[in-house]
Design a protein around this ligand. Structure first.
Ligand code: NAD
Length: 349
């Protein structure tokens, strides 16, 4: 059966007092997104997370904060009431240590998007953003550290990362069909590793840039200049600075050409983990004695973002250099570390 192509109707521009709903707002990216929209002057932002408020990484004045679990249908209905735009970033996730170990938890995030997209549709929201991941890509294309960068079509034929990646892929499908069948304008970004201040930096869910920074800070503090690296250090990745990420989310969600079309949102500056360690050493002014844990979780061998499509559609791509972004991130984690040592209460992000 041939599908009728949906006509894209132009909607009114977002007003400063239109209600924006952001889930996962106690966490890293959504917390920064709340602050980004507040700084832009939006006056009605509803921030939602299941964590108690004191555990939220960022508290933005003037925002309505709700502590609710959005894997439950009734809560999603409450959360989406009156929403004009919905940004769904809530998910149970973490770095490789978390997603390789807790696949069931990751898969169960399917409940979040399933209920959120329906509630957004029922509430008559105009736009719905979903945070997908590069983990949705076919893992067979990522078996070599010198990989070619992943382009959007590389998700199919599907062989996503177990647990987390498959959840992202099926949630993308939900978003796409809510457009094709029901006319809700949905937007899907496949994030490649995001890092920066107010991200998780300790506790087991942190990702490589934060984990390496913390290990170096800890080593310096204890005057024991050894670092243990997961894998052989040759695995490659690209890392996107948080400011680029929130700007990208805004650009993608307000581009009708991208309705129901997954797009890479990531940096194309690919580095090995060893190079990342060298960058942190340079920032800290230290040389570490490296050891390698070959049994530790390390994910795919190589991954990078092909930014041809985003450049073509948005004439933009994430462009903060890793050197610049890591200097700011390292300084922020050091500050958190010192505060914690002095007995102050700090979030792990
Ligand atoms: P994060 O863990 O810092 O934030 C996620 C937040 O969602 C947490 O505060 C958590 O409490 C909340 N949450 C989880 N389940 C919930 C529920 N049922 N109800 C309400 N809140 C719930 O993670 P992040 O790095 O900010 O990631 C945000 C989104 O971006 C996620 O969907 C993640 O999968 C995606 N993503 C992130 C990265 C990255 O590098 N950080 C890469 C790819 C994709």
């Amino acid at each position: 059966m041939q599908e009728q192509k949906r006509v894209v109707e132009k909607d009114a521009p977002l007003r400063m007092d239109d209600l924006i709903v952001i889930t996962g707002a106690g966490g890293f990216i959504a917390g920064n997104l709340v602050r980004y929209f507040a700084n832009k002057g939006f006056t009605r932002i509803r921030a939602v997370d299941k964590k108690p408020l004191y555990e939220w990484y960022l508290h933005v004045p003037g925002v309505e904060n709700l502590c609710l679990d959005v894997s439950r249908e009734a809560n999603c209905q409450r959360v989406c009431e009156g929403a004009v735009e919905v940004y769904n970033l809530a998910a149970d996730m973490g770095g490789m240590g978390f997603i390789e170990r807790f696949r069931v938890e990751c898969l169960r995030s399917i409940l979040i998007n399933t209920h959120m997209v329906e509630a957004a549709y029922q509430a008559g929201a105009r736009r719905y953003f979903y945070a997908s991941s590069a983990c949705a890509y076919n893992t067979l294309l990522q078996e070599d550290p010198n990989v070619r960068a992943l382009k959007e079509t590389d998700a199919y034929p599907a062989m996503a990362e177990r647990g987390y990646g498959w959840e992202k892929l099926i949630s993308e499908q939900f978003c796409q069909e809510y457009w094709h069948e029901r006319g809700l304008k949905t937007f899907i970004a496949r994030f490649h590793n995001v890092y920066g201040p107010h991200g998780t930096w300790d506790g087991g869910r942190e990702k490589a840039p934060a984990a390496i920074s913390r290990k170096v800070i800890e080593a310096l503090d204890k005057n024991d200049l050894r670092i243990n690296i997961w894998g052989n250090g040759e695995q490659t990745r690209s890392f996107m600075y948080i400011d680029d990420c929130v700007q990208g989310i805004d650009k993608i969600t307000h581009c009708d050409e991208l309705i129901a079309t997954p797009i890479n949102l990531g940096s194309s500056e690919m580095v090995s983990i060893n190079t990342l360690v060298s960058k942190v050493e340079k920032i800290a002014g230290v040389t570490m004695q490296r050891s390698y844990d070959l049994d530790a979780p390390q994910g795919v061998a190589g991954r990078n973002s092909d930014n041809t499509f985003i450049q073509q559609v948005l004439h933009w791509e994430p462009n903060t250099s890793l050197d610049q972004g890591m200097a700011v991130t390292y300084a922020w984690i050091k500050e958190q570390y010192q505060k914690r040592k002095a007995g102050e209460r700090v979030g792990m992000g």
